[in-house]
Design a protein around this ligand. Structure first.
Ligand code: F6R
Length: 366
């Protein structure tokens, strides 16, 4: 049911305040400043003693995993590896005592992710998963499942499922930090109070839709596009590029901004727009240098910045302001404008937004 919306993708983008709320409910207890995962109760000791988490997934779910790596290493003080499920399953992956394998899948049916899950279980790992579809194959093959509760996602391009995966990973990182007693109660209280505002902050962020529609009128004429970000904004760059290429068929690549000078800078001219994800402040000066490098080569710069930004605003051709948030929320808040940019660019190119060519919602064959 599109409930009056023209496309499922658009409807699902705008459902994100509610889907995130559903995802956090029962898990986020701001009064006691606690994160709870009832589904992990039986595995608490194994999680406390874990030496490493190996995340396996594909596509957009793999991007969520990369974001989770930043969260879990920082707040859970636990080492994380993120693997494409298809590569993991055909290597001879080494699974040691104390390794946890975490599968991430919206559908719970992706063939490679399912095979990686089964392999990890056969090797004796504790296998957890993050999934949106209750009772799907990957949850059935796992020891425990954290459901995203985003509601059914119909648009082929994943939007609300992605943001709820990232939300589960943010909560999981704090949960691990708490059960390992690595996070000061006061720090946790502050972070959880902030996180509880996520639905309303997303609602505010969605107001950038008109700006994104306007930017799309420029962008949709280009054949190529680069997305750059540093730190946790790097996987956001990958996700922005994937959304754009899969529904508008504009060739797009995501890179860590620091990698630009190791190759991609050779591509930059007035036909190569560059989208900077620069809403995180920890590497502000460095991002400014990267923007100068692009401007010097006549590249068009579109920048996603926090609302208190002062410097980037003076340099970029197009600015998208998003609310100032902490690092656990920034990836979701920065992805929303990129979802809308892909959507409007695809519309202007007369593409079938909900059913892009050659793609299926659930990839049950290799
Ligand atoms: C992109 C997209 C795909 C999926 C991928 C994995 O928008 O939807 O890249 O993320 O096929 O699917 P799941 O998460 O169902 O395992």
């Amino acid at each position: 049911e599109k409930s009056g919306y023209e496309h499922f993708m658009f409807k699902e983008i705008f459902e994100q305040p509610q889907s995130i709320k559903n995802c956090m409910q029962c898990r986020l207890d701001t009064e006691r400043a606690l994160v709870t995962f009832d589904e992990l109760e039986d595995y608490k000791t194994e999680i406390i003693n874990a030496r490493r988490i190996i995340i396996v997934s594909c596509g957009t779910s793999w991007h969520a995993g990369l974001i989770g790596e930043y969260f879990i290493e920082k707040y859970g003080e636990l080492s994380v590896e993120v693997e494409y499920a298809s590569e993991f399953r055909y290597r001879s992956p080494i699974i040691n005592r104390g390794d946890i394998v975490l599968a991430i899948s919206q559908s719970g049916e992706t063939a490679d992710t399912l095979a990686a899950t089964e392999l990890a279980k056969a090797e004796g790992a504790l296998v957890l998963c993050i999934c949106n579809v209750v009772g799907a194959s990957i949850p059935r093959a796992s020891h425990a499942t954290m459901y995203t509760n985003a509601g059914i996602e119909i648009g082929v391009a994943s939007t609300k499922a992605f943001s709820s995966q990232v939300t589960v990973l943010a909560l999981l990182s704090l949960y691990i930090g708490q059960i390992k007693e690595k996070i000061q109660p006061q720090t946790a209280a502050g972070l959880l109070t902030e996180l509880s505002k996520l639905p309303s902050v997303i609602r505010k962020t969605l107001q950038c839709a008109d700006t994104m529609q306007f930017i799309a009128t420029e962008l949709h004429n280009f054949y190529n596009c680069l997305f750059l970000g540093r730190g946790v904004a790097f996987p956001v760059a990958l996700e922005g590029a994937l959304k754009l290429k899969e529904i508008s068929y504009i060739h797009a690549e995501g890179y860590p901004a620091a990698e630009m000078k190791h190759g991609p800078i050779a591509l930059i001219d007035d036909k190569m727009p560059v989208i900077f994800i620069a809403a995180n402040n920890d590497s502000y000066e460095k991002i400014i240098n990267n923007i100068q490098e692009v401007k010097a080569r006549k590249g068009m710069v579109i920048a996603i910045v926090a609302e208190d930004d002062t410097e980037i605003k003076k340099m970029a051709d197009f600015i998208v302001e998003v609310p100032q948030v902490n690092d656990l929320m920034m990836p979701i808040i920065s992805t929303i404008p990129l979802q809308l940019l892909a959507y409007y660019s695809a519309l202007l190119r007369n593409c079938d937004v909900d059913q892009p060519r050659n793609l299926a919602k659930s990839v049950t064959v290799e």
